[in-house]
Design a protein around this ligand. Structure first.
Ligand SMILES: [Zn+2]
Ligand SMILES: [Zn+2]
Ligand SMILES: [Zn+2]
Ligand SMILES: [Zn+2]
Ligand SMILES: [Zn+2]
Ligand SMILES: [Zn+2]
Ligand SMILES: [Zn+2]
Length: 1757
């Protein structure tokens, strides 16, 4: 990419230049002068491919600095300071939000939810004490602080409170010096003109003539790649690598990111031909398969240079106008000033928006926002301009393919949500029509032959979807409703024009997606339904806004109602025929229509809109048919027809008549009732039917209904006589039930203001009551089931608190949400026929309520119909239905059928509904009596017939043979009682005596019958229970082994349980090591049942092997140095584990046992099955079969290996083998040191694979030769047992499993490929044993739990198996290898290594417990000859001396590192310095002197403090050693250690150690002294202690790691992260900043910009970090999503972040936006999951239960 013709930076003199500019300015032609300068310098600054820093400097020097001088005529800084001093800062905050910044809205004070605050304003204002919501910004938009119109109160924060001077009075331009104003005008105008000229310039290879460089142009071109929404990142990257010379994958990725972020990127520079070549390749390789090619252009450098300058100039201008109100106003006015062609520069920019690339758009919008939108006066002018061009802007937007927020169309929200602007625009500029006309035009294209919208999914063009953004604008425009005195004639006129257009839209929607009943065949394809519902939901808000506008002005209301009614009548089919029907002597002309054969649509927005308007009629004293309305063809019968058909359709569907119509219809019906849609669908249909019932004669209305339901035959008494055609009876019964249900709704649902005498609060409360009658609910469950709060006129929270009590989560320590419970007094409002209940809700609610009544032990279990509120006068006629002839006939008919012995069309459901209807009628009757209204006479009519209601009810009560439900019986008695009461109230109470008697007697009888029944029922129940339990017993007997084995824990026979151990501990305190070792007992699993074949077996060394399911993983959870990356497994020398524990291998088990061979065949079967499946569907499992993962066949725990079960070790040797030996510690140490010193160097050829250590120990006899005789014989005796050949050999199958486990631990523990013969295999097996024990110890210490008795048995069994395996794993390795390990381990501590190849170990860098385990396990092999089965670490003296030696070394570590310890030495009682302390103190001084520590000072501890510290510091080591030796020797644990203790003494006594630690040093012989000296005087130690090194030094006791501390307030976290930028793309925003909870680092996750590679796999930043920080396992927080990501290798899952709102609920994705606070318990649980290595397991289980997690490419996160 060599550049030819690099333009040398030309020389110029600034003063000459300025002089020239000033002169031109005065003459009024500044622009040409500027251009003259720019045409040279723009190219030299931006056309030379300088690095960004240099470009910045040059631009400032040659381009911007001169302009600033021009403007100021002196030092700009001085002038700008002066301006600033005079400036009246705007009251507006106006901070533009970046993606991810937190925004706050106040639910108490914000005018609408789009009014938001930035965090500074929020925290400095009043709203933080109100009920607020928080969210993260999607970018764009600005802070509304200071905008009086955005807030009902507290519009200012403390930072933006208004100045004393009222600035609105003054034109801010007048504050500027006059000459500055002139120059600024000229400069701003010229700059804007230039910007518009360049940005609208559409040629690629030359510029306008006045910008052409004189002379010859250089010939450098640029291949420019543009953004598009079609091609994927990967496609772009691949194409670029192919098309651009020498383009690496990394570069290609950077280009792709740049294109995505800025909208375009220079991908190649060079001569025209090569640029063109590059373009062609890109074009061709992306246009294959007929897709649209990537947009790519070859442009001349000079064009690109000027475009780049343009962008900088916009940024510069923005900076200038932010300096002063005056400059801002000036700039805005200039930008809006019409030019010669009548358009202002701003308009030109506006109209050219979609032609620009992304970053150019964003900058121009920002300039607009900073200028126009910050100045109230200019904002108004801009609003007018924007509205003028609205149709054009929206048309361009529909054709564009960029996201909405990067289109200028998105500015509408900033304008139309301002109430005063919206009102002005609606009044003076026809805003409603301006928005609706282009939207209707877009709809035109979607109309079908009937003129109805048909929105097909198959239609792939997104333009209609984009057009729907206009509906948001319409919603904004209508947000601020005028009060009745705000209406003007102009507003009325303009509103009604918009209203008319809106009705046109509704008309196009009326009748969408008609359905026709399918008979015969099922539908072949599912019809469309989603598009229509989407549109309906978008229009919902607009509909309710229009209704509300209409409701505030009488003139508007009348006109709007007429418009709507007329529009509706146009939709009507005029060709319909009618027919006559007579019922109960009433003859009615009905419309002929058959829902079963003719089309019906569920979309009736026009009818529903009219219904919505109708309820306001009462407010203006209007009624149907009054002269003022004067609407032609306003016939209520016709109006109810469409909604009635929908009810019939749904009833028929319930009755199973529409089965063949498939899921589309079911979905439509579901959403029709759904809480998100029902307000403008179902609810309004019911309202329309109620309107009908109030306007039509009651009998006539009922006949219309019956006719439409097809029930005219059913209500004839003779219908019940069987005629032989029973075919449709079942369906008729169901339709009748639905019909009665509809009547209950029409009569009972009065909670609509205007219809019933209720308020909006009452309505909402009733919803909440009925939800809580189903069950107590959490806040989020409630709000999910309530309508969207933005459409409500009442506050949801108030309503909830009015009727319910909040109950906090039940017990402390459980993380969970609290629930709302209904207040007692509200239960009486319960109506089982509540119209928003679906069937399941209804039955659940009824069940809950009956249960509650029973629990209350009230005698009365009835759930009577609640008393409904009164209708408003306009709707009062509806209750007439209850006394109409037709209804009374129906009620009587069904009561008669209930009494009848046989009835083919009767159902109990019908009776229940009829009883509820009678109940309603009785409520109504009682109310009318109270009000002295005698026109309502249900009782009279009910008593007329023969038999009359009383007789019918009585006979039902006395003989309820047909009724099966107790609830119906209860209701029946209640109704009869009520009937009698109400009847008494009426004056016509003849002969009430007998009835009353009968009622009460019947009541008594009823009670008696009930009791009898209850007794019988109880007896029956007893019998049944007895029978069931008998059956269970039999079953268990028949399947005895099955039952035994399914209970996981009973399948294992353990050795002495922990409780038994303490039992035996009463006699003497057990000792595990040394001469006085106590007798062992069997611990761990001795007998087990195979979970696969159910056979039980003893664990022994020579039979079929048994194994535990196990999981091995690399781990960093205990790392003391988080910045240190885990060493690559290939290069790790694991023999000496680093004291910072920065990586280790952890093994755990679910504790389930299997036969080795059973497991093998099980695993083979999975392998075969999964290999087959894997070839078809990759990533289809929650576990990774390639990594040998499987799920435990019993409990489904994630596993990747099996741990062989070895029998108790002492059972493998005979007691006589371990005879008494009399050897002092000094002699023992001497023997070992002699062995180390006399090691023989080995020929390199025979060294085992990869082992760098070339020494072997010399034979035992050659060592003893060097000893005194008595010592020699004892030393010899010490090792005798190992060569005993009597011990049995391990069975084939056990050996095989041991090898398998060793291999798996090696490869998973180190993260390397398996290698049986590697010398490190046995070391890793020892290490995983040590690491797992340390992890358990730390975890129990963190939880303050005792070592024994507190962990679950699976952990105990696992550790036992690991220890025993570590003890025997030397048997599967060549003895030579173990000998060498042993020698090397000893030399590490006893000498300074053995020469070359083995670096001297530094005492403070070795983890002593890992060392202890390794040396304990390796030591028996030191002198073996040939392979023996008995070289087990069972010699109690050997073990005791090893422990003493290692503990001594550990104490030396503690002393050396004492001053680094954070251990609080303060506190506690002052103690005496006993002899032990004094001795330790002198050792401390000596050791530190040798190590070159600073001379003793005041910092040194007092002797007693030192002792205390040492004890505290070595306690973890002693705890681990106790676990080790307990499992190794089987010596029981003393009772004292089964409780939490911080004392070292009980551990010392169990481990046969002195409790005075000084004894470890004193009188142990001079050799130990020498060894200790050696440790302390090493140069390595000195440099580790005193020179700065990347590797940190630990301190003891090792602190237990925990996850990072999180702030209590979640928004603090959001804010903290909002300043985070992508580390690999020059400070750009990061879309998904993700925080590692282990180390606190934030990475830019799931983004191409930060992708890297691990082992040839592309990985995202989170995976990459996890790989380093957690050895592949990670727990991270996606801050903006409020979500935790768990990662384990290439799998992962999401779980909620541990933050909850005041209701105890989490909010993944911040959807609800309630303030969130840290839930400490949940965080503790996460901490536990992490520390106990349960992340992989959790991931596997979550994938299992969330199928969608399977498809995520977790490694790209
Ligand atoms: Zn702000
Ligand atoms: Zn503010
Ligand atoms: Zn507030
Ligand atoms: Zn088995
Ligand atoms: Zn299991
Ligand atoms: Zn990034
Ligand atoms: Zn980390």
């Amino acid at each position: 990419m060599a550049m030819k013709n690099v333009i040398a930076t030309p020389e110029y003199r600034q003063d000459t230049l300025l002089e020239e500019w000033w002169n031109s300015c005065e003459k009024g032609n500044l622009l040409p002068a500027l251009k003259k300068h720019w045409r040279i310098f723009v190219l030299s600054v931006f056309g030379n491919n300088h690095d960004p820093g240099k470009e910045e400097r040059l631009a400032h020097k040659f381009l911007f600095r001169p302009m600033e001088y021009f403007l100021c005529r002196q030092d700009p800084e001085v002038v700008f300071e002066e301006l600033k001093a005079k400036n009246m800062p705007s009251q507006l905050c106006g901070k533009v939000f970046k993606t991810g910044e937190p925004t706050y809205s106040c639910r108490d004070c914000a005018n609408d939810p789009t009014c938001v605050l930035c965090i500074d304003c929020f925290q400095n204002g009043a709203h933080k004490n109100h009920r607020y919501k928080m969210n993260t910004s999607g970018g764009g938009g600005y802070c509304d602080c200071g905008d009086q119109e955005a807030w009902t109160s507290h519009p200012f924060c403390n930072l933006h409170s208004p100045n004393e001077v009222n600035q609105d009075e003054k034109n801010p331009i007048e504050t500027l010096p006059v000459d500055l104003t002139d120059r600024a005008s000229a400069l701003f105008m010229a700059a804007l003109q230039y910007i518009v000229e360049i940005l609208t310039w559409n040629q690629c290879d030359n510029l306008p003539s006045d910008l052409q460089v004189e002379g010859e142009l250089n010939d450098t071109y640029i291949t420019m790649l543009f953004n598009d929404e079609v091609h994927t990142f990967d496609q772009v990257i691949k194409t670029l690598q192919r098309a651009v010379k020498h383009c690496t994958a990394q570069q290609a990725r950077e280009f792709a990111t740049l294109v995505d972020r800025e909208g375009r990127a220079t991908v190649y520079r060079g001569c025209f031909t090569s640029c063109e070549q590059c373009r062609t390749i890109i074009d061709q390789s992306t246009s294959r398969h007929g897709s649209k090619p990537l947009k790519v252009q070859v442009m001349h450098t000079v064009v690109v240079a000027h475009q780049t300058f343009c962008l900088r100039l916009m940024v510069w201008l923005q900076k200038m106008i932010e300096k002063s109100d005056g400059l801002r106003r000036l700039f805005c006015l200039l930008s809006m000033k019409p030019q010669e062609d009548g358009k202002s520069l701003m308009e030109k920019l506006l109209l050219h928006d979609t032609q620009l690339w992304k970053v150019a758009r964003i900058l121009s919008h920002q300039l607009l926002m900073a200028g126009v939108l910050m100045d109230q006066e200019c904002k108004k002018q801009f609003a007018v301009i924007f509205t003028k061009w609205y149709p054009n802007v929206m048309r361009d937007f529909a054709r564009d393919d960029h996201d909405h927020e990067v289109c200028v169309a998105s500015l509408s929200v900033q304008i139309y949500t301002v109430p005063s602007l919206a009102r002005m625009l609606v009044t003076d500029h026809d805003l409603l029509d301006v928005i609706l006309v282009p939207f209707l035009a877009a709809c035109e294209e979607k109309k079908n032959a009937n003129g109805v919208l048909s929105l097909s999914k198959a239609d792939r063009t997104p333009s209609f979807k984009r057009a729907c953004f206009m509906l948001y604008d319409l919603k904004y425009a209508l947000l601020c409703k005028p009060t009745s005195d705000e209406w003007s004639d102009k507003l009325r006129e303009s509103f009604l024009r918009g209203h008319q257009s809106f009705l046109k839209l509704l008309k196009m929607m009326q009748g969408m997606d008609e359905v026709k009943r399918q008979t015969g065949m099922h539908l072949e394809y599912e019809p469309e339904w989603e598009g229509a519902f989407n549109l309906q939901m978008r229009v919902d808000d607009v509909i309710s806004s229009f209704t509300e506008w209409c409701s505030t002005d009488r003139t508007v209301y009348i006109e709007a109602y007429r418009q709507a009614a007329q529009m509706l009548s146009q939709c009507r089919d005029t060709t319909q025929k009618s027919e006559q029907h007579t019922v109960c002597g009433h003859t009615v002309k009905c419309l002929k229509y058959d829902v079963q054969s003719q089309p019906v649509s569920i979309h009736l927005p026009l009818s529903r809109y009219l219904a919505g308007l109708h309820v306001y009629m009462g407010d203006y004293n209007l009624q149907f048919g009054c002269s003022e309305l004067n609407v032609q063809g306003l016939d209520p019968v016709k109006m109810i027809e469409p909604p009635l058909r929908v009810q019939v359709l749904i009833a028929q569907s319930q009755a199973g008549l529409w089965r063949r119509n498939g899921y589309a219809l079911l979905n439509q019906i579901y959403f029709y009732h759904n809480v998100k849609c029902r307000q403008e669908m179902y609810d309004k249909d019911i309202l329309m039917l109620q309107i009908g019932a109030s306007a039509v004669d009651s009998n006539e209305f009922l006949i219309h209904l019956l006719n439409r339901y097809g029930l005219l035959l059913w209500i004839r008494p003779e219908y019940d006589v069987p005629t032989g055609q029973d075919d449709n009876v079942r369906q008729t019964i169901m339709l009748a039930e639905e019909f009665l249900n509809l009547l209950l709704i029409i009569l009972g649902e009065r909670y609509v203001p205007g219809l019933g005498q209720v308020t909006h609060e009452d309505t909402l409360k009733r919803e909440v009551i009925h939800l809580l009658c189903i069950s107590p609910m959490s806040n989020s469950e409630l709000s999910k089931n309530l309508p969207d709060s933005t459409n409500l006129k009442a506050d949801i929270e108030d309503a909830i608190h009015a009727v319910a009590n909040f109950r906090k989560p039940t017990s402390v320590g459980t993380a969970g949400s609290g629930k709302f419970e209904l207040k007692n007094e509200c239960y009486k409002e319960f109506n089982p026929y509540f119209y928003h209940y679906c069937r399941t809700d209804q039955s659940q609610a009824e069940e809950t309520q009956i249960k509650r009544k029973k629990e209350e032990k009230s005698a009365n279990h009835t759930l009577p119909p609640p008393v409904p509120p009164k209708f408003t006068p306009q709707f009062a006629q509806i209750s007439n239905l209850l006394q109409s002839d037709v209804l009374v006939h129906i009620l009587s008919l069904i009561l008669q059928r209930s009494v009848a012995v046989r009835s083919r069309s009767w159902s109990e459901t019908q009776l229940d509904r009829v009883l509820h209807l009678i109940g309603l009628a009785l409520h109504e009757q009682r109310r009318n009596i109270h009000e002295g209204n005698h026109n309502f006479d249900f009782i009279g009519k009910a008593l007329k017939g023969e038999p009359n209601f009383t007789q019918l009810l009585e006979s039902l009560v006395t003989d309820p043979k047909n009724i099966s439900h107790d609830s119906t019986k209860d209701l029946l008695s209640w109704i009869l009682q009520k009937f009698i009461e109400v009847r008494q109230m009426t004056s016509s109470a003849e002969a009430n005596g007998p009835v009353e008697q009968l009622a009460s007697s019947s009541k008594e009888e009823n009670e008696a019958a009930k009791k009898r029944k209850a007794r019988l029922a109880a007896k029956r129940k007893e019998k049944i229970i007895a029978k069931i339990s008998q059956m269970q017993q039999n079953f268990i007997r028949d399947n005895a082994d099955l039952f035994e084995s399914t209970d996981a824990d009973s399948s294992l026979t353990r050795g002495t349980s922990e409780m038994d151990i303490s039992e035996s501990a009463h006699h003497e305190t057990p000792v595990a090591l040394g001469k006085y070792q106590s007798l062992p007992c069997s611990i761990g699993i001795t007998k087990a049942t195979c979970i696969l074949c159910q056979e039980e077996q003893e664990i022994s060394h020579n039979s079929r092997a048994m194994v535990l399911a196990g999981f091995v993983q690399r781990s960093t959870v205990m790392s003391q140095c988080k910045s240190r990356n885990p060493t690559d497994g290939e290069n790790l020398d694991p023999l000496f584990t680093s004291s910072d524990l920065h990586v280790g291998s952890f093994t755990n088990s679910c504790g389930h046992t299997m036969h080795a061979d059973c497991w093998q065949s099980f695993f083979q079967a999975i392998l075969v099955k999964e290999r087959r499946r894997l070839s078809r569907i990759p990533h289809s499992l929650s576990y990774n079969i390639v990594q040998l993962e499987y799920l435990c066949p019993l409990c489904e725990s994630l596993s990747n290996t099996v741990i062989p079960l070895v029998p108790a070790l002492h059972s493998l040797v005979t007691d006589s083998d371990l005879c008494d030996v009399n050897l002092s510690f000094g002699d023992w140490l001497d023997g070992l040191q002699k062995t180390v010193k006399n090691a023989t160097k080995q020929e390199s050829s025979s060294a085992s694979k990869g082992d760098p250590f070339p020494f072997l120990p010399s034979s035992l006899s050659s060592i003893t030769k060097m000893m005194a005789d008595s010592v020699a014989s004892n030393f010899q005796l010490l090792w005798q047992y190992v060569n005993n050949t009597k011990g049995g050999r391990f069975s084939e199958s056990l050996m095989e499993m041991m090898k398998k486990f060793a291999k798996d631990v090696y490869s998973f523990g180190l993260g390397v490929d398996p290698d049986d013969m590697n010398h490190r295999v046995s070391i890793v097996a020892w290490n995983t044993c040590a690491y797992t024990i340390i992890n358990l110890e730390q975890y129990l210490r963190y939880e303050n739990k005792p070592l024994f008795g507190a962990s679950p048995s699976r952990n105990v069994d696992c550790i036992n198996a690991l220890v025993k395996f570590a003890a025997v794993c030397s048997h599967i390795m060549p003895q030579e290898v173990i000998k060498k390990h042993c020698l090397r381990l000893l030399s590490g501590l006893l000498s300074n290594g053995l020469g070359e190849g083995d670096d001297p170990q530094c005492i403070i860098d070795v983890d002593m417990f890992h060392y202890l385990v390794a040396v304990t396990m390796a030591l028996p092999s030191l002198y073996t000859e040939g392979t023996t089965a008995s070289n087990l670490p069972l010699n109690s003296l050997n073990n005791q001396y090893i422990l003493e030696l290692v503990l001594t070394a550990h104490i030396v570590q503690v002393m050396l590192l004492h001053d680094r310890s954070q251990d609080g030495e303060e506190g506690g009682m002052e103690m005496e310095n006993d002899a032990d302390s004094v001795a330790l103190m002198s050792m401390y001084t000596e050791i530190r002197r040798k190590a070159g520590c600073l001379p003793p000072s005041n910092n040194d501890p007092l002797p007693w403090q030192l002792t205390r510290h040492i004890k505290r510091a070595v306690l973890p080591f002693l705890r681990c050693a106790t676990v080790l030796y307990h499992n190794l020797t089987g010596v029981p644990i003393p009772a004292q250690l089964q409780e939490w203790t911080e004392e070292v003494e009980p551990f010392c006594s169990y481990l046969s150690l002195p409790t005075s630690f000084s004894e470890l040093f004193l009188n142990q012989g001079e050799l130990l002294e020498r060894v200790v000296n050696q440790w302390c005087s090493s140069d390595v130690l000195r440099s580790r202690l005193y020179s700065a090194s990347s590797r940190s030094v630990v301190s003891y006791p090792l602190p237990v790691n925990h996850l990072i501390d999180l702030p209590d307030d979640y928004s603090q976290l959001i804010n903290q992260i909002s300043s985070f930028t992508c580390p690999s793309s020059k400070g750009n925003d990061s879309q998904l900043p993700t925080m590692c909870l282990v180390c606190g680092l934030v990475v830019c996750s799931q983004s191409y910009c930060c992708q890297t590679e691990i082992k040839d796999m592309k990985v995202g930043a989170a995976t990459e970090h996890t790989y380093r920080c957690g050895a592949g396992v990670g727990i991270l927080l996606r801050v903006r999503e409020c979500q935790i990501v768990l990662l384990a290798g290439t799998k992962g899952c999401f779980i909620p972040a541990p933050y909850v709102d005041s209701y105890g609920e989490t909010d993944q994705g911040l959807r609800r936006g309630n303030p969130l606070h840290l839930c400490k318990d949940s965080y503790k649980n996460l901490q536990k999951m992490w520390f106990t290595h349960c992340i992989p397991e959790t991931v596997a289980h979550n994938i299992e239960s969330h199928m969608n997690f399977m498809s995520i490419h977790w490694q790209h996160l």
